[in-house]
Ligand binder design. Structure first.
Ligand SMILES: Nc1ncnc2c1ncn2[C@@H]1O[C@H](COP(=O)(O)OP(=O)(O)O)[C@@H](O)[C@H]1O
Ligand SMILES: [Mg+2]
Length: 368
């Protein structure tokens, strides 16, 4: 398996010179300011539409390079999927965007509102959360001994102006704010389809529901950018369909969704754009159908030469799992009629993942 070279990056960049824009998030325009040739060259988008732009991020741990000059650009309301083999650097990228890791090089500009950019590198996680970036974790992090409602309230507290002491003292403003927080949390439980679980312990919920509860908690912080790290991991086909519909609903409210996902059916049905990482480098970036056919991407996943993989497109196994969620997907953008070259079978999946960089004890508080 080779590392994606710059020639690949440029070729991938060429492929997205006119990215599809099914959500109508903005007309393609040239974005100035690229510091060096990258996969972003030629990617459209009015700077006013951008919600986040990572520039030339590099992250190393001793001899391990987790991210190597990664640049990324996402527009408002867009669903951008980040895919790549295990260890490619996907979670590391999320950790850099949310302040869990500080990259040795590069910057991340986030626009909570158009025209108001903020540098995220160097900020602490709670500060980034307050700015409007929320995430879920590859390995679920909930407070198992708290109810579903209480878990979501932890998210909404990020936006409350009054601290717990004011609530304990019974100050009227604080009491009203608390009531509003509860109301908001119940609304979010409703949004993710967990209203009926309001008072049940998080630990008692089935796995797929715990994943949706995490999303509700993240939404409680009122993000403009929502990072989902393998939200479909370990879920069944019906849960995947619900999840796809939920992610679409979230994006339709104007929240940009950055999605790490191994299920290619889900990726192809949901994503406006797809970014592919391999060995810490961005090897392709563009509309799903184009990325799916990119020889560098096929090589990264299949470990075969691009030509061989392309000519072997027929025998590449196509799992029924990828057909299910895709055909039921809420958007019309699915695999092209020519059929996907890549599918779930090409992915290891690290759903059960060992202790990754974003992992930690269940119940660890990462907010505020
Ligand atoms: N805290 C860390 N310490 C050492 N190495 C790390 C750490 N976090 C990530 N890495 C390494 O960075 C690489 C990318 O990991 P990760 O971002 O978790 O990949 P992915 O999410 O794509 O599977 C891996 O080689 C991983 O071992
Ligand atoms: Mg990961």
């Amino acid at each position: 398996m080779s590392r994606g070279g710059s020639h690949r990056a440029r070729r991938a960049g060429d492929a997205v010179a006119h990215p599809s824009d099914p959500r109508g998030t903005g007309a393609a325009q040239t974005v100035p300011g690229a510091r060096r040739p990258s996969v972003l060259d030629g990617v459209g988008g009015d700077p006013g539409d951008l919600v986040v732009e990572a520039r030339d991020l590099s992250l190393r741990f001793g001899g391990v390079t987790s991210l190597d000059g990664v640049s990324l650009r996402q527009r408002r309301g867009e669903i951008l999927a980040v895919i790549g083999p295990n260890g490619a650097g996907k979670t590391s990228l999320f950790n850099c965007l949310t302040g869990a890791y500080r990259p040795q090089q590069g910057s991340v500009i986030f626009w909570p509102q158009p025209g108001r950019p903020a540098e995220l590198v160097g900020r602490r996680p709670h500060s980034i959360t307050r700015l409007g970036v929320a995430r879920t974790f590859q390995n679920i992090r909930l407070f198992p001994a708290l109810s579903a409602l209480e878990n979501v309230q932890i998210g909404t507290e990020v936006r409350q102006k009054y601290g717990p002491l004011s609530v304990v003292l019974g100050l009227p403003h604080a009491r009203r704010a608390e009531r509003e927080g509860v109301h908001r949390a119940v609304e979010l439980l409703d949004l993710v389809g967990l209203r009926h679980r309001t008072h049940e312990l998080a630990s008692s919920l089935p796995y797929g529901e715990q994943r949706r509860l995490e999303i509700a908690r993240a939404l409680g912080t009122e993000p403009r950018l929502l990072l989902l790290d393998e939200p479909a991991a370990g879920t069944n086909p019906a849960e995947k369909r619900d999840l796809a519909a939920l992610i679409t609903r979230i994006a339709d409210t104007g929240v940009s969704v950055l999605l790490i996902e191994h299920d290619m059916g889900l990726v192809m049905s949901l994503a406006t754009s797809v970014a592919v990482l391999n060995f810490g480098r961005m090897i392709a970036y563009g509309p799903p159908a184009e990325v799916q056919r990119d020889p560098a991407v096929i090589e990264a996943y299949l470990g075969a030469s691009a030509d061989a993989a392309t000519s072997a497109a027929g025998p590449v196994p196509t799992s029924s799992a990828s057909a299910g969620p895709t055909s039921a997907g809420p958007t019309s953008a699915g695999p092209t009629s020519a059929g996907p070259l890549l599918d779930d079978a090409a992915f290891d999946g690290d759903a059960q993942g060992g202790p990754g960089p974003g992992s930690g004890p269940v119940g660890r508080k990462e907010l505020g």
